[in-house]
Ligand binder design. Structure first.
Ligand code: ATR
Length: 289
């Protein structure tokens, strides 16, 4: 029997990643000859791991913290947008060459448009946070034609740096950095149609909201990229205030679906995958309560 094509996720530490369940569910559903597993790769072991993957002829791999930026110079080919944004989350081994891309932004946008039925074109958005996830989300909102993208962060200097970087990388002047707790941010949220939390506030067991619930009005589409828990305190408050909400599981699944398509040439069966991931998250929550 021919051996199964190897797919991996590399990161350090890997924690409780849902990626093996996501991809192996899709592989099983479609009956494809692949297997996806997690491998902890410490920062100083990245170059050695890549050489091993090349020799072993892995099909491809997902890249997560802390390797998304540092892997770029180790790859043979990086697509233009990934180069401009400075981070890769997906690598394909094609004819012995590592080809890097980033599917996070595409994943977020598909979740927003398909699951949230929200088209960002010509509309104002506010992104909370200025880390790697904020970078992908803000960039793709701009690429999709958002009229303005406010980047509101606890540490203003980080928001300023990100807004500057993105303006230069994308050649668009639509980014505006603000301090998270400023009145100007409350005003920006009031004028925007979409609010996206990319901070870690509200993650597993953290009851806080990144911004006061009173800042959220019913006309807003409120998204959280956190998916543990699936309904974060922010989303719960937004729902209670009559706003539309979108959880973070869609972005995880669609960024994975795009990677899956590049590795296998097949569309991920996202409905069944979402069901399995929701079950796994519910099990985790039951275990911790
Ligand atoms: P990632 O790459 O996953 O986006 P990150 O780079 O660690 O992660 O970014 C985490 C984001 O959450 C940052 O914007 C961080 O704000 P700072 O830049 O000020 O650190 C934000 N964050 C984390 N804890 C926060 C808190 N208690 N209140 C507000 N923002 C917080």
């Amino acid at each position: 029997m021919p051996s199964l094509g190897r797919l991996l996720i590399i990161g350090y530490p890997l924690g409780h990643t849902l990626s093996p369940l996501m991809h192996n569910t899709a592989i099983g559903e479609l009956g494809l000859p692949y297997h996806y597993e997690a491998e902890a790769v410490p920062p100083d072991g990245l170059a050695e791991a890549l050489e091993r993957f090349r020799v072993d002829e892995v099909v491809g791999f997902s890249v997560t913290i802390p390797h998304k930026e540092t892997i770029l110079p180790l790859l043979d080919v990086v697509d233009e947008e990934t180069e401009r944004l400075g981070a890769a989350n997906t690598v394909v081994l094609a004819e012995g060459r590592f080809v890097g891309t980033n599917t996070d932004g595409v994943g977020f946008l598909r979740s927003l448009t398909e699951d949230g039925s929200y088209d960002p074109e010509g509309r104002a958005a506010v992104v909370l946070g200025a880390g790697g996830a904020a970078r992908a989300v803000a960039a793709h909102l701009a690429l999709a034609g958002a009229s303005s993208v406010v980047i509101a962060n606890r540490t203003l200097s980080r928001a300023e740096r990100l807004a500057d970087d993105l303006a230069r990388a994308l050649g668009r002047q639509c980014f505006l950095p603000l301090p998270l707790e400023a009145t100007a941010t409350a005003d920006a949220i009031q004028q925007a149609e979409c609010l996206i939390n990319t901070t870690s506030v509200g993650m597993a067991g953290d009851p806080r909201l990144p911004v006061p619930a009173a800042w959220i009005e019913p006309h807003l589409m409120v998204c959280d990229i956190v998916y543990r828990p699936l309904e974060t305190p922010l989303l719960e408050a937004a729902r209670a205030r009559g706003a539309s909400t979108l959880d973070g599981l869609g972005m995880l699944i669609y960024q994975g679906a795009e990677a899956f398509r590049r590795w296998t040439g097949h569309e991920m069966p996202v409905g069944i995958v979402r069901m399995r991931l929701e079950e796994a998250l519910a099990r985790e929550e039951a275990e911790h309560s």
